[in-house]
Design a protein around this ligand. Structure first.
Ligand code: IPD
Ligand code: CA
Ligand code: CA
Length: 267
């Protein structure tokens, strides 16, 4: 399979859809619905997802779909699946703040092998396919080289409806406030991961996530020289709900801190 060719097509779909999202917002009338506590969807999320699915259909024959917004027509398949978040950062989108992004990944037997994140507000498209490196608007990018957490900028997402790990999470914030260059929380996990892949951030961690939040970003980071795992050091970051990612030099120290605080509750 020619992943490079498919990736370029997916870039077109992501950028075209992202521009549509922007124009539709400018026309107003978002029709915000509440899916759960602090969990929103707009009619633009649904329109964006429909456009993406139409574009992807047939690109990889037999591929299934794992979609954020409910869709009875498309199901998950065994070998290949498209994993789509039509707008990652919907709360930002509703409030008219950056970042918010289209995130599309292709997974083969559960391993993300192609990822595209188009951040709409800055008009930046990040993309990578397995073995091909990571690009930002067509230029190769790499993770940072910062070797120590003490000298790093850490990104995360704040809990907003799953408070089951709030105590250890607050301890992790306490730790990074005192022992790093600082913490950032932009509100789009796909963009956070993309920013790690091009070296803007040194690391990212969050719990309470879904496959569509992280699948594309994982490919971007791995192909740019970084590492990812779940909080246990395993590879269950797509469906396990948590992820830690960092540049290759920083990863072991970062993982150890997250694992001690978030899993072993040593604080
Ligand atoms: C959310 C964003 C946010 C993260 C949440 C996600 P959505 O996705 O990625 O940064 O903190 O956990 O659910 O709902 O805007 O697609
Ligand atoms: Ca999301
Ligand atoms: Ca979303």
């Amino acid at each position: 399979m020619d992943l490079e060719k498919i990736c370029k097509k997916v870039v077109e779909i992501a950028v075209e859809t992202g521009r549509f999202v922007k124009e539709t917002r400018e026309q107003g009338g978002l029709s915000v619905e509440v899916k759960g506590k602090n969990d929103f969807v707009t009619k633009v999320d649904k329109m964006s997802q429909d456009r993406i699915v139409k574009g992807l259909e047939g690109l990889v024959p037999g591929a299934g779909f794992i979609l954020e917004e409910e869709d009875a027509l498309h199901e998950r398949k065994k070998e290949f699946n498209w994993i789509v978040d039509p707008i990652d950062g919907t709360t930002n989108f509703i409030h008219g703040v950056a970042p918010h992004a289209v995130s599309i990944a292709l997974a083969q037997n559960g391993e993300p092998v192609l990822g595209v994140v188009y951040e709409i507000a800055m008009d930046e498209v990040f993309y990578a396919w397995k073995g091909g490196g990571t690009r930002l608007n067509g230029k190769r990018v790499y993770v940072s080289e910062t070797p120590k957490v003490a000298d790093s900028l850490v990104a995360t997402g704040f809990p907003y409806n799953d408070f089951s790990y709030l105590d250890p999470f607050m301890k992790s914030m306490d730790y990074f406030m005192k022992n790093s260059h600082g913490i950032r929380r932009l509100g789009s996990a796909a963009t956070d991961l993309a920013y790690v892949s091009c070296g803007r951030y040194d690391s990212f961690y969050e719990y309470g996530l879904h496959a569509w939040d992280v699948a594309a970003g994982v490919v971007l980071i791995r192909e740019a020289g970084g590492k990812v795992s779940d909080f246990n050091g395993e590879n269950d970051f797509l469906f396990g709900g948590n992820i830690v990612a960092a540049n290759g030099k920083l990863f072991d120290e970062m993982f150890d801190i997250i694992n001690r605080i978030m899993v072993k509750k040593e604080f």
